[in-house]
Design a protein around this ligand. Structure first.
Ligand SMILES: [Zn+2]
Ligand SMILES: [Zn+2]
Length: 310
């Protein structure tokens, strides 16, 4: 299962309604933060998620609106340090900045009281756990060292109801064990192997998260076919030139990418106060009808949207 909580959905500066960029991803038994804008720790509290099991932070890039919250968040985590510490994942330039900010700035050159680990992101695997995996792909955003992230849960096999009925397997623990791939012995002594009742492997749920980006052509393959795409929509098409100058997308760009890559749902993020939100949404929906404008504290279960859309 992949669940998202949008903690901060604004662009560059916060507004009354929107905090700076941060996205909490519940991914199997992991909880990860993608970006950590200023104020993220309070948004974690407001969301009810708190700091529970938060042991990885993935950074798209080191612009201040995406990373300044790390100082406050790590200072809070240090008050009650967990055994495994916190791992911060980012590209080389991103980690360079974050290390200086945290180790030299916040902690003044002394060893921080929590185990802070820094993991270099390059294209490809970021980490894997129980068949779930996160991969990184390069993103072009001004002069930064930016990455997007693709999350995929482990492929699954589902029970075939007709086979369960034909074999007379009762609802309850036997079916649950078979669903997990384990053989069972029924009360009448028959041994049933999982392969007898499980269908073919189906792909897991997938999510792509892109932070800021100045173009979409290089992203089509990286986000192709995901159940949900989260991406910035900082400008309207009428300010397309300004968007390009600043290394950002228009809402129409985001919609066109979603359509071309055949994603299940599109969440527009990095929202500027410059525009009425409805205009951003309308512009994206003209390209991709299943676009949704992210709001702070919005919770999304990835994969459900596609079913609703059919
Ligand atoms: Zn930004
Ligand atoms: Zn940026």
């Amino acid at each position: 299962m992949i669940e998202l909580i949008f903690l901060g959905t604004s662009a560059s500066v916060p507004s009354v309604e929107r905090g700076l960029p941060a996205l909490l991803v519940r991914f199997g038994r992991n909880r990860l933060l993608v970006d950590c804008g200023e104020g993220t720790q309070r948004q974690l509290l407001r969301s009810g998620a708190k700091f529970h099991r938060l042991d990885r932070i993935l950074l798209t890039h080191a612009h201040l609106d995406h990373v300044l919250g790390l100082g406050g968040l790590t200072a809070t985590l240090a008050l009650n340090p967990r055994p495994g510490g916190v791992t911060i994942h980012g590209g080389a330039a991103t980690l360079g900045f974050v290390r200086r900010y945290l180790l030299d700035g916040v902690w003044g050159g002394a060893a921080p009281p929590l185990a802070l680990k820094f993991a270099l992101v390059t294209q490809g695997l970021v980490f894997a756990d129980s068949g779930n995996r996160v991969d990184a792909f390069a993103v072009r955003h001004r002069d930064t060292d930016s990455y997007g992230f693709r999350f995929v849960t482990a492929p699954r096999r589902h029970l075939i109801p007709e086979r369960l009925a034909a074999l007379g397997i009762p609802a309850g623990p036997a079916r649950r064990a078979l669903a997990r791939g384990r053989a069972v012995v029924l009360d009448d002594g028959r041994r049933i192997a999982a392969d007898e009742v499980l269908g073919p492997e189906v792909p897991g749920t997938s999510l792509a998260v892109v932070g800021d980006t100045g173009e979409t052509a290089s992203l089509v393959d990286a986000v192709r076919g995901v159940d949900a795409l989260v991406i910035e929509a900082s400008f309207l098409e009428r300010d397309r030139r300004l968007a390009r100058e600043r290394g950002h997308l228009t809402a129409a760009d985001a919609g066109r990418l979603a359509a071309e890559a055949g994603v299940g749902a599109l969440y527009l993020n990095h929202i500027s106060e410059r525009y009425p939100p409805d205009q951003l949404l309308d512009e994206a929906r003209r390209q991709f009808p299943r676009a949704i404008l992210a709001e702070d504290l919005m919770v999304v279960t990835v994969g459900r949207e596609r079913m609703r859309a059919v």
